[in-house]
Design a protein around this ligand. Sequence first.
Ligand code: NAD
Length: 260
Amino acid sequence: PLRGRSAIVTGSTSGIGLGIARALAAKGVNVMLNGFGEADAVEALRSGMVKDHGVAVAYAPADMARPGEIAAMVEDCARTFGQVDILVNNAGVFHVEPVESMPPAHWDTTLSINLTAAYQAVRAALPGMKARGWGRIINIASALGVVGAPNAAAYAASKHGVVGLTRAVALEVADQGITVNAICPGYVLTPLIRHEIGETAKLRGVSEEQVKTDFLSATQPTGRFVETGEIGALAAFLCSADAASITGAALPIDGGWTAR
Ligand code: NAD
């Protein structure tokens, strides 16, 4: 019975966000896409989802580094679809740098896009969810939301912050029909991780293939990358009635990474 609900998925023009947007659309959810991209490419994604799933799909170009644009996106979704039932905070960036040579501006943008944007969107979307007594908030954290890794200080700090935000807000609204959870993926071969692989290869002076093999053997006991469709399916489950008692959780989907 998710049909007719509406969702905002931030950073859904690519990778994990797109996988989640598609999984929700497949359940009949109307979706507000967001993220960067060429106008033609975004329109092709939007109209493709309408055609594939028979739901309404809109697009908000909001920059998650700009709080005013985040509030406007939430208002836009409420105006377009009647309400915001589901909020998926997914947009994120990752700079791979040792802590002491990371430009301070990278710290600031990482924290603002990965963490502060989620807070801003939650703040804008919660009043409507409370008024209707139903809501689902899903924050895409990371395995680096629960463990550390070298050359990822800003990213790990932002993702640990996302897990903290998730737990605190979950407790504030637990008795109001609203669940708030974090999904903590391991490595997924999206443009973001392809970029990280490239940067790491440069930093270490080895090939990208070598970095991929090293990443997987060092982190994911399954020996393979997590698929965006697997994360989409988990997000869709968290939105279902069966998941009503799952709240304040930081759910790993990391091929065993954080089990070690
Ligand atoms: P991606 O680069 O494929 O997609 C990122 C999306 O965010 C794109 O749609 C991009 O346009 C959007 N975006 C970036 N900056 C934005 C901004 N300022 N405003 C609006 N949109 C913006 O990356 P991905 O791998 O799909 O990552 C999605 C999320 O998953 C991120 O939060 C990332 O940290 C997290 N994550 C990824 C992995 C992985 O292995 N790929 C693992 C754990 C967590």
